[in-house]
Every structure is written in C-alpha cells, then in structure tokens.
Design a binder for this molecule. Sequence first.
Ligand SMILES: NC(=O)C1=CN([C@@H]2O[C@H](COP(=O)(O)OP(=O)(O)OC[C@H]3O[C@@H](n4cnc5c(N)ncnc54)[C@H](OP(=O)(O)O)[C@@H]3O)[C@@H](O)[C@H]2O)C=CC1
Ligand SMILES: CC(=O)N[C@@H](CCC(=O)OP(=O)(O)O)C(=O)O
Length: 346
Amino acid sequence: MIKAGIIGSTGYAGAELVRILMGHKDAEIVWYGSRSYIDKKYASVYQNMFQIVDAVCMDDNMDELAAAADVIFTATPQGLCASLVNEDILSKVKIIDLSADFRIKDVATYEKWYGIEHKSPEFIKEAVYGLCEINREDVKNARLIANPGCYTTCSILTAYPLAKEGLIDMDTLIIDAKSGTSGAGRGAKVPNLFCEVNENMKAYGVASHRHTPEIEEQLGYACGHQVVLNFTPHLVPMNRGILATEYAKLIKNVTYADVKAVYEKYYKDEKFIRLLDEGVYPETKWVEGSNYVDIGFKIDERTGRIIMMGAIDNLVKGAAGQAVQNMNLAFGLPEDEGLDLVPMFP
Ligand SMILES: NC(=O)C1=CN([C@@H]2O[C@H](COP(=O)(O)OP(=O)(O)OC[C@H]3O[C@@H](n4cnc5c(N)ncnc54)[C@H](OP(=O)(O)O)[C@@H]3O)[C@@H](O)[C@H]2O)C=CC1
Ligand SMILES: CC(=O)N[C@@H](CCC(=O)OP(=O)(O)O)C(=O)O
C-alpha cells in the first residue's frame, strides 16, 4: 500500500486528490496537510467527506511527513514546494508537485514569469515534466515530478502530434482557452466573487499569462525549435473544465484523414485521450469529473488553417488525476489505477 501525504489538501486541487485517492485500492492518505486548519477535522473543511474521512489536518513538517509517506503531493501556491525540497527528503520519498516550481527548465524564465526567486534551482534539471502520455518512461524513474498545469496539459496535448510531425507552422499558433473558476483555487479573491464571474466572461493574463512559457517550452521540444505563441486564457462561469481552441497555419496540404492518422499515431493506445469523430468537437461537460482529454479538429480549407480543440477537467487531468497517473507510473502500478472516473452529466 502506497502511503500518500498531501501538502495543501484543503485547496481545490488537494481536495480532488483526496477524492481520487479514496478510490485507489493501492494507496492510502496518511497526511492531510494544511496551513489554516491544523488540528481541525478534514471533513469540517469539506463536508462532502463527512463520515468518509475521519482524519484531522496536519502541519507541513516535512521531516515527519517524509518518514510517514512514500509519496508527497504538494498542491500549494507557487514557490512553496521549491522551498521545502532537499536531498534528504528526496532520498526518502517521491514528490509530485502540482505547482509550477519544477516545470520550466530555465530558472530565469521561471523567475521572470512568476515574479519569485526559485529556492531550489539545483533540482530543476532532475525534475521530470509529468505529462504522462509524452514522458511516460522518464516518469517511471523520477523522484521529483513536475505535474503540468491545467491549461498547459490541455493546450500541449491538443497540438503535440501536429507539432511533432511538422504539420503546422508553429509561429502561427494561437491558443484561446477558457477555464472554470475552480482553476483559480479556493482562496477568496475579488475577481472570483459570484457577481464578478456569474453571467460574465473575461480574458485575463493577456500576452502575459504564466502558462505561456510552459506551453512554448514543451511544444518547442516537440517540434525541435523555439516556439513563440499567443496564449489567451478566459474565465467562464462554470465550476470545472477547460476548453482550448487552437489555430495554426497548415504547412502541408493534408486531408482530414491525414491529420486524424497523425493524432492516432500518438494517441490511439492512450486510454485517457479520446479522439472524437469527424464533426464532433469537445465539450467540457463530456469530460467533467474524469481524467479524459477529448480532442477534435477541423481543417478550414478557405484559410489554410487547422482549428484544434481540446477539453479536460482542470481538477482531474489538469491536476489531481494526472498527479495520480504520475504516482501510478512512478510506483510501477497500472497507469489507470484509481482513475476509472466516468464523466458526470449534466
Ligand atoms: N485549481 C486548479 O485547477 C489547478 C491548480 N493547480 C496548482 O495546484 C496548486 C494548488 O492550487 P489550488 O488547489 O487551486 O489552490 P487553493 O488556493 O485552492 O489551495 C491552496 C492550498 O495550499 C495551502 N497553502 C497556501 N499557502 C500555504 C503555505 N504558505 N504553506 C502551506 N500550505 C499553504 C492551502 O492551505 P489552507 O487552505 O489550509 O490554508 C490550500 O490547501 C497551485 O500551485 C496551482 O497552481 C494545478 C492545476 C490545476
Ligand atoms: C482560472 C484560473 O485562474 N486558472 C489559473 C490556472 C490554474 C492553475 O492553478 O495553474 P497551474 O495549472 O499552473 O498550476 C490561472 O490562470 O492562474
């Protein structure tokens, strides 16, 4: 039985980890970490866990946690994991970080886009970018896994096969993405108040969102050269879900069947990636509560562009589900263990 500790178990991503790990037959949660609710019952923070979780919240004593657990998930604000990790901890326990601390390989890029100093840059090189479908073999041997971001998971997986096969002009790639408000976390913030979000839609982080360099870096690895792109996120009035719509100029004269074959080359055996039929486009509702990524596309012959669309649940494939997928790989378990989450509808 894998013993899991969660730092930040009281946030939205942490709570989703709790929900998923409760249904995992080879893992148990031994540490419900919190900053604000220490010694309080976890089920008093999340009443949906009443009579399901009996544990109380604990502090973030890393030494005790590393002795008690086999894996630590950090579902905490940017910068915290980097301030906790050290060689002693990593020699005892694997860390799966849901924040961005170890995703970007160039520390100067991280510090510029996040506006904080990186507290343990010596571990950046070792960290594996935990996009399971792409880095599966590296994840299996990793001590430190950088769980990808929610927008980035959706954006990268949607464009990856075409980038890899040189089908699109990467300089023309534009990613327009929408997220539900759980993507912003549980902390109180004025832009996320009901009156600000309900019956409203807004772009934010325009030409400056911190996920831009993460997407550029990963798609750059795929196509083999530096990528510079536009990424514009939007907040939409729903709880969960991300829909990324991506536009790019096609380099080659290809048909729908050619492009579908390229997607199938990379994803046909991927349990969590569903390539939709021609004329069917992803909707967030069809993946809600699940670890699926739904992908659809259309070639616009009039403009010579392809329009690719991907949808995920930001808290599952965009955070906790992917983190459990990474844990399964890193501990030699079936990759889908605990992740048979049927999408909920409506
Ligand atoms: N929400 C999402 O869709 C996604 C989130 N992520 C990432 O996951 C991480 C958590 O996000 P999310 O759950 O949304 O955020 P929340 O604001 O909902 O939760 C933050 C969590 O971190 C804890 N925390 C805050 N400050 C500290 C601190 N100084 N020391 C220890 N613990 C602290 C909080 O504890 P307490 O409540 O007890 O104070 C809480 O458990 C972030 O890095 C985010 O970028 C990644 C992908 C998707
Ligand atoms: C709606 C919303 O605010 N979304 C967050 C992204 C989600 C997140 O927590 O970021 P990571 O995926 O990088 O961890 C944002 O734009 O910052």
